[in-house]
Design a binder for this molecule. Structure first.
Ligand code: NAD
Length: 243
């Protein structure tokens, strides 16, 4: 079935990847908007909104989705903790798929990370390393943030356990630390590794994206899945049936 989507952030890298993949996914882009375009003028014609823009745009977009009763797929990352709290309240009132990463491989990485964190006890130190292209504006990535949430849930830790990079006289690593390191350079689309390091062995789970098309196709699949659903906050695990 063909659906009409309003794309926000259309001039960006992801916006262009979505435009390239839309037709094959049965999605007609009835409006392709970027900064300074008025979303409200185009919203009634669409079945669903797809947003890959800036964290600053999300709140107004969710309010419009709510006012016009439109489902929304949010791919944008980089929201602060306060922004996220406000947005979650709004996102539950409309049909909303919100995912820090729309690739199938990464969603399996989420599931594998949960399992490994549960099986490997606290004598396995966990460090997360991500690398992205030199133009990325936020760190750590939304995907790394989700990996950290999963690890914290399984290890029953809070954000106080996170150690962003290390420098100087750090002292010995605490067993309750979770290290997070963001590398930036070149044109890397998105690499994520979760390391479980113990005395005598190390397990590394790594995903490498080489083409933005994987995120674009995933977000279009999410848009197709979302149209006609009841209000609620969903993620890619729901779309792929991995829950
Ligand atoms: P980009 O910088 O190439 O593009 C962002 C676009 O959004 C630009 O064209 C910019 O002009 C536009 N924009 C900025 N503010 C806007 C506003 N208020 N309204 C409308 N448009 C606005 O970035 P990108 O690489 O395309 O990534 C976009 C977002 O998607 C980032 O937050 C990125 O981290 C995220 N992302 C998510 C996934 C995922 O799978 N969830 C994958 C890749 C990127």
């Amino acid at each position: 079935m063909s659906i009409n989507a309003l794309l926000n952030g259309s001039r960006g890298r992801m916006g262009q990847a979505i435009a390239a993949a839309a037709a094959e996914a049965g999605v007609i882009l009835c409006a392709s908007l970027d900064a300074d375009d008025a979303v409200a003028d185009h919203i009634d014609a669409c079945d669903v909104i797809i947003d890959f823009s800036s964290h600053r745009a999300t709140e107004a977009l969710l309010e419009l989705a709510l006012a016009h009763k439109k489902p929304i797929v949010i791919g944008t990352t980089g929201h602060s903790a306060e922004e996220k709290t406000r947005l979650l309240g709004l996102a539950q009132q409309v049909p909303c798929v919100w995912a820090g990463n729309f690739s199938i491989g990464v969603n399996l990485l989420f599931a594998l990370t949960r399992r490994a964190s549960a099986i490997l006890g606290s004598d396995y130190d966990i460090e997360v390393v991500e690398m992205h292209h030199r133009f990325k504006k936020d760190a750590p990535s939304g995907t790394a943030a989700r990996l950290l949430e999963i690890i914290m849930e399984e290890r029953k830790l809070t954000a106080a356990a996170l150690r962003h990079g290390r420098e100087g006289i750090t002292g010995e690593r605490k067993p309750t630390e979770i290290g997070i390191h963001a590398l930036r350079g070149g044109d890397v689309v998105g690499d994520h590794t979760v390391m479980f390091a113990a005395m005598g062995e190390r397990l590394e789970l790594t995903h490498k994206a080489s083409d933005r098309g994987v995120f674009a196709r995933g977000s279009l699949r999410a848009a197709q899945w979302l149209v006609g659903r009841k209000a609620g906050l969903y993620d890619m695990q729901d779309v792929l049936g991995l829950q």
